[in-house]
Design a protein around this ligand. Structure first.
Ligand code: ATP
Length: 274
């Protein structure tokens, strides 16, 4: 748009354009995940209470907390799989439970290891990432190029024709990340993704996440391993029903929230001096 266009158009049209530009700006800066005062319980007792949390585009946020502290529940609330009893959850600016742009979110669960029973190849898994784009129709050559690029990004090209049943835990998780990339996800949500992954592959896995985040993908990691969180995430949200801490990772390490949420000895769990 240039000023000449505005001059030659009606004032009404110019107004319309201004509104559109403002809307575009609002969309660009709107949080990917936005929880405000969210409370939820499976019974009358809340397991998540009054949680407010906004994740901006491009952030790398880890949610930590002891067993049963509500991390998985919170993630389901963020993704709209559970509805809050109080407060509100938004995903890309929409009510999370009505969000229907599923391909923007790539989800890698700790249960991806269940896929070890799937009698399909890595390429077929990654191809599934294109389904929301092609409506279960045939993939075009452009779609296949996206699949191949996703395989290359996660370093799984050489395993493309191998059955998922014949992969290590780390390779399997890479295949599922590639599926999310093939779907062109803007947000990767990972629920304890390295459970059952061999120690050697864990480092490579976190390197991959860092590289994807550097390319602009928002990473939301639910993680039990405090050491991994301290090493990799920029921001930590420490949950134990309520939010105990939300801020930069280095401040978390020095905060008393670590010990309050995890008990004495938490600093050594996090890999920092006790
Ligand atoms: N479907 C369910 N029905 C009833 N209670 C549930 C259900 N899922 C989880 N809970 C309970 O809610 C609480 C929070 O569980 P949640 O799975 O969110 O915690 P978590 O922090 O993810 O735990 P972990 O680290 O052990 O995976 C726990 O007390 C759990 O027993």
């Amino acid at each position: 748009m240039n000023s000449q266009n505005i001059d030659s158009g009606t004032a009404e049209r110019a107004d319309e354009r201004t509104t559109t530009a403002a809307d575009a700006e609002a969309t660009a800066s709107e949080p990917v995940v936005d929880l405000a005062g969210v409370t939820f319980g499976y019974t009358a007792t809340p397991v998540v209470e009054d949680v407010s949390l906004a994740v901006d585009p491009g952030e790398y946020v880890a949610v930590v907390g002891p067993n049963g502290s509500g991390k998985s529940t919170l993630m389901q609330l963020m993704l709209g799989l559970l509805e809050p009893d109080a407060g509100r959850a938004r995903l890309f600016g929409e009510r999370a439970d009505r969000f229907d742009d599923g391909e923007r979110v790539g989800y890698v669960s700790q249960h991806a290891s269940a896929a070890k029973e799937m009698p399909i190849t890595v390429r077929e898994v990654v191809k599934m990432g294109r389904f929301p784009h092609v409506g279960f129709g045939r993939l075009s050559s452009e779609d296949w190029a996206v699949v191949d690029e996703a395989l290359a990004t996660v370093g799984m090209t050489a395993f493309a024709d191998r059955r998922v049943t014949q992969l290590s835990g780390g390779q399997r998780q890479r295949a599922f990340i590639a599926r999310a990339l093939a779907g062109e996800a803007d947000l990767l949500v990972l629920d304890e993704p390295t459970v059952g992954v061999d120690a050697e592959s864990v480092d490579a896995f976190y390197d991959l996440l860092a590289a994807l985040n550097a390319e602009g993908i928002t990473v939301l990691l639910i993680e039990h391993d405090l050491g991994a969180v301290v090493e990799h995430a920029d921001r930590v949200v420490c949950l134990n029903r309520e939010v105990y801490f939300d801020g930069p990772t280095d401040e978390f390490v020095d905060s008393d929230a670590l010990a309050r949420a995890f008990g004495p000895g938490a600093r050594s769990l996090a890999g920092v001096d006790g």
